[in-house]
Design a protein around this ligand. Sequence first.
Ligand code: DQQ
Length: 452
Amino acid sequence: SVEMGWQRTAYHFQPEKNWMNGRQQTSLLGPLFHERWYHLFYQQNPDSAVWGNITWGHAVSADLVHWLYLPLAMQPDSWFDWNGVWTGSATLLPDGQIVILYTGDTDDHVQVQNLAYPANLSDPLLLDWVKYAGNPVMTPPKFIALKDFRDPTTAWLGPDGLWRVAFGSKINKTGIALVYTTTNFTTFELLDGFLHEVPTTGMWECVDFYPISTLGYEGLDTSANGPGIKHVLKASFDDDRHDYYAIGTYDLFNNTWTPDDPEEDVGFKLRVDYGKYYASKTFYDQNKGRRILWGWIGETDSEAADLQQGWASVQSIPRIVIYDNKTGTNIIQWPIVEIECLRLNSTEFEDVELEPGSVVELDIGKSTQLDIVAEFKIESEALEATLEADVSYNCSGSSGSAQRGSLGPFGLQVLANENLTEQTPFYFYIAKASEGTYTSFFCSDQTRYASC
Ligand code: DQQ
């Protein structure tokens, strides 16, 4: 099997001390760009191998690839975050100030929202963070449970001069997003109704809400709204630990977001990622005019195995997010271009023919890290000759890469041993409906990979 012990990732961000302390949460918090530096905050437990004592780690980078670890930004040291400095987001104000709203788990386990800001804005590293003396700035509204109020988004500004911030929650089994308004980030007012609700989806964590251009590929500031703009609503479902999203229309004055297609509402169809991926969040990179998405890749093996290997959890490679104006139904994600600076050399394979059921070995020599770009072409005769096929296929419900069909699977088997008893397939699967429409799935199969 592949020997992972004590190795560290080169492509993916992971905490500096992770290797010493075992399993840690590295879900992502308030990324921002300030004075030539990208700041990343992440959750970790500095003292223990299990979740708890959640603290904000801090790192900066000039290129989102090479990171400099900084001292912890915020620790659970006040009554309003005694049981954890949980997820939060940064908002850059037009006058250059930076505010962070984050969830604190209080000394008696109530989820409240707190305000923090840099002690010294002229410090490009933003080393010191001040927790506002009047915290908490929000406590759970009466109609939701005290432990169901968390993860404030980046705030966006309406034409009425009010900032808005969204939260995830639930009422019974209905997942909801709530919106508050503020002018000063110290006093907040809850807007009537919900931004959106979806029955049976359970608690929504780490809600993300952002505008996306339907006209071009540039990213949009979180406050952008108007013609040529749609809004993406993403929620991390606590019940099944996946990130779901949908694209829709935001009505700022009525405080509602409506999915373009009610049958593709949040949780019904689109996931942000079909691998191990959770608690993702975007931010607008005003430096390069793009929207960047990150997610937290947790572990699938046991805590004992993590302790043995010395680290657990990484951040996904940052990806830009754009609207797919070919389909109009989904977003497109692509790794940020900076990641290409990690490529030391490359091997190209052209015109590799894949017969049905075949496995072709690609000899790339010795390498510990790979960055693979692959393009597949299906012969049009094969597509046309195939009658309705596998219409009910889906990545997680079907039998992974082992389910042979007329138009799939095809893709790459990585981290494979010689006789392929261990491997991680990344593959496409195409389903064809009787009316001739195709649905492509891009999946990873985690049922046959190497575990240490
Ligand atoms: N974990 C955080 C919460 C968030 C969840 C606490 C996401 O803020 O809802 O560690 O995994």
